[in-house]
Design a protein around this ligand. Structure first.
Ligand code: ZN
Length: 371
């Protein structure tokens, strides 16, 4: 179900002291300085990102659209802050234009890069490169995200035509915006875990992949689980879907019992945390991709296009789990965007006790396509 070609990978690092998160990837070359207004194409793209975030919040994640997290769009010379806390900002200027979100104009504030990309809650600026990240600040109570603008990311090679890249980065932007609604809960979870277990000093959502990718037995079992979860989602009949899901969950349980022992006991709850983070965010990206897919494109095609952009274990496994959770668990969003989100494995296991709901992917997803 998932291709193995990787373009974008998210790297989410937690340190024991600051619990700083860092994400995604890629490279960049130079662009020319601009005036106070953003480039017109960048401005349109920013507005589209906010429009789609509002739409995904309302129709898919079913979250209140407010508060909008602090969003930092940037090119190579300037950052354009939306929903910023002005008191925390370094020297800034209001742009001559505003953005709209949830029916209200939002001020756009320009900060000129000095030693890099200024972000709240950190002593050092970030390097100017194409990264999409969500990070906590204000003692982990709030989150912001950084999103590069088309004038930077269009300079990357190998990501397709301009329109395709625009859609891809909009999807990743929604992924990060979804994280802005999760991080405060996740940081609380990790803090609680650190009182019970020796949590590794450096944490990353690729922890399991980095630890076990070269372990052939572990990797083989993991990919078999992925296959079964994919089969459960694509099953022709509810009964077959239920059998595949039950088998996948059984294998997952065996793997966790075998490998997450001793000093790696903490990997079990960490795996669930990272899968919840990445799964819900990948699912939000997928919903946006469905809403804006070419007319007539079927679900497996959209899914394979999205899967072709990553092979990070936490992202592919998380997406598989949340596609099934969305099928089988009504109103799951309420539980996952709140403190103490449940284990995706436990939630899916509980569905096996109930009469199975629709499990076939041959029908359209239940969300209506936007006209
Ligand atoms: Zn992510």
């Amino acid at each position: 179900m998932f291709a193995q070609f990787c373009i974008l990978r998210h790297h989410r690092k937690f340190t024991a002291m600051s619990w700083v998160l860092l994400v995604c990837t890629v490279l960049i070359t130079s662009v020319q300085a601009q005036g106070l207004k953003p480039d017109a194409a960048d401005l349109r793209w920013m507005q589209t990102a906010l429009d789609r975030w509002e739409d995904v919040c309302r129709r898919h994640l079913r979250l209140p659209v407010e508060p909008l997290a602090w969003v930092i769009f940037y090119d190579e010379h300037y950052a354009w802050h939306v929903s910023a806390e002005k008191a925390l900002l370094p020297a800034h200027e209001p742009a001559a234009v505003t953005l709209n979100f949830a029916g209200r104009p939002r001020e756009l504030l320009r900060v000129t890069h000095r030693q890099g990309l200024w972000v709240p809650g950190r002593n050092e600026a970030l390097p100017i490169k194409v990264d999409l990240s969500a990070m906590p600040y204000a003692d982990n109570q709030k989150s912001f995200c950084i999103i590069p603008l088309p004038s930077i990311f269009h300079k990357l090679d190998g990501l397709g035509a301009a329109a395709e890249m625009g859609e891809l980065f909009l999807g990743i932007a929604l992924h990060e915006l979804t994280h802005t609604r999760q991080l405060s809960f996740v940081m609380g979870e990790i803090k609680r875990l650190s009182k019970r277990y020796p949590v590794p000093e450096q944490l990353d959502d690729n922890l399991l992949e980095d630890t076990f990718a070269k372990n052939k037995a572990y990797a083989g079992q993991f990919f078999r689980e992925m296959e079964l979860l994919g089969n459960a989602y694509m099953a022709e009949t509810p009964a077959q879907g239920k059998r595949d899901l039950a088998r996948a969950l059984q294998m997952i349980q065996q793997r966790r019992a075998r490998y997450f022992v001793g000093k790696r006991k903490v990997y079990a709850p960490l795996e669930e945390i990272f899968l919840t983070l990445e799964g819900a965010a990948m699912w939000a990206h997928f919903q946006m991709a469905r809403d804006h897919a070419p007319a007539g494109e079927d679900v497996p095609t959209t899914l394979n296009k999205l899967a072709a952009k990553t092979n990070a274990w936490s992202q592919v496994e998380g997406l598989s789990l949340f596609l099934l959770i969305d099928r089988l668990v009504p109103d799951w969003q309420i539980r996952y965007f709140a403190p103490n989100p449940p284990s995706p494995f436990a939630v899916l296991r509980s569905t096996l006790q109930k009469p199975i709901r629709k499990i076939s992917a041959t029908k359209p997803l239940k969300q209506k396509r936007k006209q």
